[in-house]
Design a protein around this ligand. Structure first.
Ligand code: 5GP
Length: 214
């Protein structure tokens, strides 16, 4: 267990589980978009690692662009979406796939997907690495392609930050997190406290830390 900003985090998803989930999502997109040339829109900052990993497995002709928006302060949603870096590309007639780090209430993606439709996109779909089904308030923001479903807890690592910090997972404290012993059951997509798992390489950047929600 480690503490950041007064919260307790434990390791909950391993590097290999992350990569397996990314490959699964990429495969589904590759199959669904055969014959099309999607425009991926990566939502900064949180999705940068997921987008980078995902694109390595996309076999389609495609483009990628970036936007930056913010709806969170610390661990709380403000309920308001601020566009910090707006969309530069013309999406008219394009098949757009948004790449997001995590869908919580869905308010951010609900607003952004509607904006893209209003701009004339031919289709708008969403891939989010993580998804919190129990927190979702906007059904239309349920990601069609997601890596893992998790409980409604606050999670950091693999690009997801806490107040702009601790997104990388390189800090020595990550090692302390590993000692806590937490398992992930990706088959029924429940994340929880459990038995001690085998150790992972602490210097890989792909660790998730999650609040002690049980
Ligand atoms: P929503 O609009 O779905 O309520 O929240 C989506 C955005 O809030 C995400 O893009 C992310 O920036 C932030 N967010 C939601 N849940 C978490 C979380 O558990 N951890 C982190 N680091 N950010 C979160």
């Amino acid at each position: 267990m480690v503490r950041y900003e007064g919260m307790e985090f434990v390791e909950s998803i391993s590097a290999s589980e992350i990569q397996e989930a990314v490959r699964r999502v990429a495969q589904a997109i590759n199959e669904d978009y055969v014959g099309r040339e999607p425009l991926f829109v990566c939502v900064l900052n949180g999705a940068f690692m997921y987008a980078s990993d995902l694109m390595k497995h996309i076999k389609l002709p495609c483009e990628i662009t970036f936007v930056r928006m913010k709806s969170y302060e610390g661990t709380e949603t403000t309920g308001k979406v601020n566009m910090l870096i707006p969309l530069q590309e013309d999406v008219k007639g394009r098949d757009v796939i948004i790449i997001e780090d995590i869908v919580d209430t869905g308010i951010t993606m609900h607003a952004f997907m509607n904006e893209l439709r209003d701009l004339g996109a031919n289709s708008v779909e969403l891939t989010s690495f993580l998804y919190k089904p129990e927190s979702l308030r906007y059904e239309d923001a349920k990601p069609k392609y997601y890596g893992l479903a998790i409980p409604p807890a606050f999670i950091i690592g693999y690009g997801l930050d806490i107040n702009e910090k601790e997104a990388n997972g390189y800090t020595p404290l990550m090692l302390a997190a590993m000692l806590c012993g937490c398992t992930t059951n990706t088959t029924n997509t429940k994340v929880g406290r459990g038995e001690q798992t085998s150790c992972h390489n602490p210097y890989q950047q792909c660790y998730y830390l999650i609040t002690d929600f049980i």
